[in-house]
Design a protein around this ligand. Structure first.
Ligand code: PLP
Length: 392
C-alpha cells in the first residue's frame, strides 16, 4: 500500500517550519517571556472596534455572508482606499477573505502554476516562501542593501532578476517586514512599468501601509496602476488597527474578475466571519483614524527605545526602519541566529526571531518587534544587551 507521504503533494511533504515558529514553540504561553518574536503588540484591539463586533454578535450577526465580503464592508473599503490614494477603485475588485495571510494565498492561487518563477525582494517575511513553495514556484531573491543607515532597494537589480518569458510574479512588501524599508513613489512607478512591460504580476504586500514614520500612508501600487494592470494589492486590519487575532484582510485584484473572485471566495472559506467584518467597517471609518495615529505614535516611540538601548552598542549594527514595527539588527560575531534566539529565550526569557528565516545572508541578524508596551520593551532590550555582552 502506498504511504501517505507518496500520496500527498511533494510540496506539502517538504514544507519546513519557519525559524519564528521554531523559537516561539519553545516559549509560547510562558508568562515570564517578553515576546518580541511575532508582529504584534501586547495591548488588545482598541475598545470602539471591539464594541462594533460585540454589538454585531449581540444583534445576531452569526450567519453566512456574501463570500467576497459584506456589501457595507466592501463599500467602506472602497471609500477608504479612494480617500487614501486618490484613485477610483471598482468595488468588484475587492475581496475580504479571512485574513491578510489568506489574501496572500488567494492571490497565489489566482496567479501561479507549478514550475513558475517568482522574484522575491529580501530580507522577506518567511510565510511568503511557504506559500510559493506550496505552489511549486521557483524563487530568486533580490536583496535590499544598506543605504545611509537605512535599507534601500536597487530597482535595476529587480529588472535583472526578472527573466523574460520565465518570471511570472514579483513579491514586494513595503513597508517591509523585517527591514522597515519603504519603496519610494518613483520606484513604485518604475516597478509597475517594468512588470506591465514584461508580463509579471506584482504581489504588492501593503499590510503595513499606515505604519510609516514620515507622513500618513506609504506609497502604494494602487496609486500608479491602471485597473487592468497586473498587480494584486494585499492588505489587512492586523497592523494598522491592532487586530491581529481577528484574521481579517483584503485584496484588490485586477478589474474584470468579479465573478471568479466571488466563486473562489465561496469555495475557499465562504468569507470572513460575520461579526468581525463589523469591526473592520468601524476601523475603516472615522472611528479608526485616531486609533491608527495613536498606535503609530506608540511604535515610533518604541523605535526610540530600541535606538537608545541598541543604537550605540559596539557589537550591534542598527539600521533605521522607515515603517512597519521591526528592528533587524546585525550582531557582530553572530554566526547561528537560531541558536542565538533559542539561548536568549532560555537564559533571558526574551523572544526574538532568527535572521536566517528572513532569507539568505541574514545569519548575523535577529528581528525584534517593537510594538510592545514601552516598559516591557525596554526591559526586554536591557536583557538582550546583557545577553550579547555575556556571549559575544
Ligand atoms: C509582510 C506581511 N504580510 C502579511 C502578513 C499577514 O497578516 P495577517 O496576520 O493579517 O494575516 C504579515 C503578518 O505578520 C506580514 O508581516
Amino acid at each position: 500500500m502506498p504511504s501517505a507521504e507518496t500520496l500527498l503533494r511533494a510540496e506539502f511533504v517538504d514544507l519546513e517550519p519557519s525559524g519564528i515558529g521554531k523559537v516561539v514553540i519553545q516559549g509560547f504561553g510562558d508568562p515570564e517571556v517578553l515576546p518580541l518574536w511575532v508582529g504584534e503588540g501586547d495591548t488588545p484591539t482598541p475598545e470602539p472596534l471591539r464594541r462594533a463586533a460585540i454589538e454585531a454578535l449581540d444583534r445576531g450577526e452569526t450567519f453566512y455572508n456574501i463570500p467576497r465580503g459584506r456589501r457595507e464592508l466592501l463599500a467602506a473599503l472602497k471609500t477608504y482606499l479612494e480617500r487614501l490614494y486618490g484613485v477610483e477603485i471598482d468595488q468588484g475588485r475587492l475581496v475580504v477573505p479571512g485574513s491578510t495571510m489568506l489574501a496572500v494565498a488567494f492571490a497565489a492561487q489566482m496567479v501561479l502554476n507549478r514550475g513558475d518563477h517568482a522574484v522575491v525582494v529580501t530580507p522577506h517575511w518567511p510565510n511568503i516562501l511557504s506559500v510559493f513553495e506550496m505552489m511549486g514556484v521557483q524563487v530568486s531573491f533580490v536583496r535590499q542593501e544598506a543605504h545611509e543607515g537605512h535599507w534601500a532597494l536597487d530597482i535595476n537589480k529587480v529588472a535583472e532578476a526578472i527573466e523574460p518569458g520565465r518570471t511570472k510574479a514579483l513579491y514586494i512588501n513595503s513597508p517591509c517586514n523585517p527591514t522597515g524599508f519603504i519603496l519610494p513613489p518613483a520606484d513604485v512607478r518604475r516597478l509597475m512599468d517594468l512588470c506591465r512591460e514584461r508580463g509579471v504580476v506584482v504581489f504588492a504586500d501593503e499590510v503595513y501601509h499606515r505604519t510609516v514614520f514620515t507622513g500618513d500612508v506609504a506609497p502604494s501600487f494602487l496609486e500608479v496602476a491602471a485597473p487592468d494592470d497586473p498587480v494584486i494589492s494585499i492588505n489587512g486590519f492586523s497592523k494598522a488597527w491592532a487586530m491581529t487575532g481577528w484574521r481579517l484582510g483584503w485584496l484588490v485584484a485586477p478589474a474584470g474578475f468579479e465573478g471568479q473572485l466571488s466563486t473562489w471566495s465561496m469555495a475557499l472559506n465562504t468569507g470572513a466571519p460575520s461579526f468581525t467584518q463589523f469591526g473592520g467597517i468601524a476601523a475603516l471609518g472615522e472611528t479608526g483614524e485616531p486609533i491608527v495615529r495613536e498606535l503609530r505614535e506608540g511604535y515610533r516611540e518604541g523605535f526610540e527605545i530600541v535606538r537608545r538601548r541598541l543604537g550605540q552598542h559596539p557589537k550591534i549594527e542598527l539600521r533605521v526602519p522607515d515603517g512597519a514595527f521591526y528592528a533587524f539588527p546585525k550582531i557582530k560575531g553572530l554566526t547561528d541566529s537560531l541558536r542565538f534566539c533559542e539561548r536568549l529565550l532560555a537564559e533571558e526569557k526574551v523572544g526574538t526571531a532568527p535572521g536566517y528565516t528572513f532569507g539568505p545572508g541574514n545569519e548575523a541578524h535577529i528581528r525584534l518587534c517593537f510594538a510592545m508596551s514601552h516598559e516591557k520593551l525596554d526591559e526586554a532590550l536591557r536583557r538582550l544587551v546583557r545577553f550579547v555582552d555575556r556571549h559575544l
